[in-house]
Design a protein around this ligand. Structure first.
Ligand code: ADP
Length: 183
């Protein structure tokens, strides 16, 4: 099971990803979580990524691509994985396809969680992460629309896009996701 969870900040990707981990035992690979851990640790990667994340901007492609390439080689990814927050640009998607091809694998489903901006702003109020101020949330939404949403057409063309309504009860959304991936 090789999946990508796609959607704007606050769409509920992380929440639904955890339910997938519990149900199917595949690892969740969140580039946001990996980057935040690097910032907390104060590594070289963290020093480069931290200010960009705080500003709601994307971290450069080569950095995140390197992270994911390494992560996908780990043993727990042998039976599949769920990517959460990656890819976010076309070059990231292309690098992912290439890395998987080397392992004889490919992405089977790109699950897009659709949530209106107004709902996102409302949700983020309660979260309290460092980059969740209303201004930074707006910036991250703008970045999503401009740099990440073109990926939808990319995956649509490849026949991989599964569109899910991300507003509603958590269990109903989870059921819709399972249905969309035939599991
Ligand atoms: P959200 O989905 O709520 O925006 P994430 O945890 O996925 O949160 O990402 C937080 C921040 O980490 C992003 O705003 C960006 O700065 C950085 N980041 C995470 N994943 C990527 C990626 N694939 N490419 C570039 N930057 C990323």
């Amino acid at each position: 099971m090789h999946l990508v969870f796609f959607g704007p900040p606050g769409a509920g990707k992380g929440t639904q990803a955890l339910k997938m981990v519990t149900e199917f035992g595949i690892p969740q690979i969140s580039t946001g979580d990996i980057l935040r851990a690097a910032v907390t640790k104060g590594t070289e990667l963290g020093k480069q990524a931290g200010p960009l994340m705080a500003a709601g901007k994307l971290v450069p492609d080569d950095l995140v691509i390197g992270i994911v390439e390494e992560r996908l080689k780990e043993a727990d990814c042998a039976q599949g994985f769920l990517l959460d927050g990656f890819p976010r640009t076309i070059p990231q998607a292309e690098a992912l396809a290439k890395a998987l091809e080397k392992q004889g694998k490919h992405i089977e489903h790109v699950v897009s969680l659709e949530v209106p901006d107004a709902v996102i702003h409302e949700r983020m109020k309660g979260r309290g992460r460092a980059d969740d101020s209303p201004e930074t949330v707006q910036k991250r939404l703008d970045v999503f629309r401009q740099q990440t949403s073109p990926l939808k057409a990319h995956y649509e063309k490849l026949g991989l896009l599964r569109t899910i309504n991300g507003v509603g009860a958590l269990d109903e959304i989870f059921a819709a996701i399972r249905k969309s991936i035939g599991r």
